[in-house]
Write a protein that binds this ligand. Sequence first.
Ligand code: SF4
Length: 226
Amino acid sequence: MGIRIVPTSGADLNQSNKLLDRLDKAGRDSVQYFAKNFLSSETIPDFCTIEIETQNRCNNDCPFCPVNRHNDTRKPAVMTEDLFYSIINQLCAMDYHGSISLFSNNEPLLDGRILKFIEHARKLLPNAKHTLYTNGTLLNAEKFSVLVRNLDLLIVDNYDDNFKLIPSVKKVLDSTPPPHDFKCDVQISMRKKIRSSIPAQAPRLTDLMKKINFDRNRRAFCRSRK
Ligand code: SF4
């Protein structure tokens, strides 16, 4: 466990399409596998992955994303607290121990209730795996502290076309002193907003190497105590 910074180019459209092809096949295979087992089973298997989207907006502007703040066509919606607590209570009653994420197609930190929701979910579902993705723009030291005390995995999608840490994420990492006593695995995923099929615009290897070196330093610096 600890903080890892992972370089992710996302820059080569051809590679993305190949990946999507592979994911399509993997998706088809897994659906067929699930359907075969589901139809031959006498009992309905429990689900093992849950995403709860407590509000349906993102504050970022990634041009490739259909729910970026300029393109989202969904009617704004916020889940009621009664519904949220009802879902958690039902999961608690069945001793749910799969994966649970309080986000889906949105930026979870836009919801001012999200930290108390996460604390509540952790308390009632101690055996579940609690995961969150955020774009990190609204992250600060206080929120980070609550998140890493209650999550098993926190992934920060750090969107910056120069593979730099965005200011909010940099500030959090700089202000998080070692040693870290949290058990949460924190991954900073370095991502580009701009995606290009032109090879000359793909990230240079030297850029990636800088990030790998930085990753090693950061990992050595930030490894948590377990
Ligand atoms: S941060 Fe994620 S959800 Fe928000 S616009 Fe970018 S890709 Fe879409």
